[in-house]
Ligand binder design. Structure first.
Ligand SMILES: [Zn+2]
Length: 89
């Protein structure tokens, strides 16, 4: 392999990696959202791809479950967005 060809391959790999950021980040976002960790999973997914998504398939669900209607809310939520019951008790 000539040095020029090697450079060309590395350019393609680098561009492919950078172009995959938004897609991998978005996939991470949707995987993490189901655990209440959307931002963390999007960030890790963007940089590491499938390796970044993997841990989020195993972590505990951080979302809060409404005691009144059972709707799942983000871990930072203070009240249920469906029935407005407060999570502060
Ligand atoms: Zn509720």
């Amino acid at each position: 392999m000539t040095p020029a060809a090697r450079d060309h391959i590395w350019t393609l790999i680098s561009f492919g990696y950078i172009l995959s950021w938004p897609i991998n980040g978005l996939i991470g976002f949707f995987i993490g959202r189901r655990r209440g960790l959307a931002q963390e999973a999007a960030l890790l997914g963007a940089f590491l791809g499938p390796l970044g998504w993997l841990p989020f398939s195993f972590v505990r669900d951080r979302r809060k479950k409404c005691p009144s209607c059972g709707t799942l809310a983000q871990s930072s939520a203070t009240h249920c967005k469906k029935c407005f019951v407060s999570f502060m008790f």
